[in-house]
Design a protein around this ligand. Structure first.
Ligand code: CO
Length: 210
C-alpha cells in the first residue's frame, strides 16, 4: 500500500468511529465553527495541535509555518489573524513553538538555504536583539532552546503590534495572547509568556486612531 493510500483508509475508519461514538458529530460541525482559540505553531510534523492538546475538530483555528513566526507582512498570517479575531472572535491566541526547532537552528547557522533565508531572516533579527543572553548559555542546545523561548515572546509581541489585535483590545478587551513551548522529548507544553488584552506595549508600535 502506498503511504497516501493508508491516509485514506485511516480516514474512513476515523469517520466511522466518530459517528459510532457520537451520531451527530458531523451534523453538528457542518454548519458551525466557533473556536475560542487561534493556534499559531511550527509546521513540524511532530507537533500536531489537536493531539497534544486533546482538542476536537471545531475547537481551535490553526495557522502553521516554519518556526511559528508572526511576520507583519505575511498576508497569509494576517488573513488568518483578522478572520480569527474579527469574525470568529477568538478569546485566546496561542503561539506555540517547540524545543529543538529546526527553523530556529537553521537561523542560528550561516548556511544559505535558498528562499527560506528570507523567512529565517526574521529569526536572525530576534537572535541579534538577544545575542548576549543567548550566548550566555553554555551548550549549543541550551543556546538554541533559549532563542526558541525568546523568539516565542517576540512573536507574541508581534501579534500585539498589529492594528488587528490592538483594535480588538480596545473594543472587545480580547483576545489574550500566550506564548508556549512544546517539549519534543516529553510531550509537555511549557507556558512561558502571556500578554493580557489591553497590556501596555511599546508606544512606538501603538496606533491611537483605531
Ligand atoms: Co520547528
Amino acid at each position: 500500500m502506498k503511504v497516501y493510500e493508508k491516509l485514506l483508509l485511516e480516514n474512513k475508519a476515523w469517520a466511522k468511529e466518530q459517528v459510532e461514538d457520537d451520531p451527530d458529530f458531523f451534523a453538528r460541525l457542518e454548519h458551525l465553527q466557533t473556536p475560542e482559540i487561534l493556534w499559531i505553531a511550527c509546521s513540524d510534523s511532530r507537533v500536531p495541535a489537536d493531539r497534544i492538546t486533546g482538542t476536537q475538530p471545531g475547537e481551535i483555528f490553526v495557522h502553521r509555518n516554519i518556526a511559528n513566526m508572526v511576520v507583519h507582512t505575511d498576508l497569509n498570517l494576517l488573513s488568518v489573524l483578522q478572520y480569527a479575531v474579527e469574525v470568529l472572535k477568538v478569546k485566546h491566541i496561542i503561539v506555540c513553538g517547540h524545543y529543538g526547532c529546526g527553523g530556529v537552528k537553521a537561523a542560528m547557522s550561516q548556511n544559505s538555504l535558498g528562499i527560506i533565508n528570507k523567512w529565517l531572516r526574521n529569526i536572525k533579527d530576534v537572535y541579534r536583539i538577544h545575542k548576549d543572553e543567548v550566548e550566555s548559555h553554555k551548550t549549543e542546545s541550551e543556546k538554541l532552546n533559549r532563542l526558541i523561548e525568546l523568539n516565542i515572546i517576540e512573536q507574541v509581541y508581534n501579534l500585539a503590534k498589529t492594528s488587528i489585535v490592538q483594535s480588538a483590545w480596545k473594543h472587545h478587551q480580547l483576545p489574550h495572547l500566550h506564548g508556549w513551548v512544546y517539549g519534543l522529548n516529553n510531550g509537555i507544553i511549557n507556558p512561558i509568556f502571556e500578554l493580557e488584552a489591553g497590556s501596555a506595549i511599546d508606544p512606538f508600535y501603538t496606533y491611537d486612531n483605531l
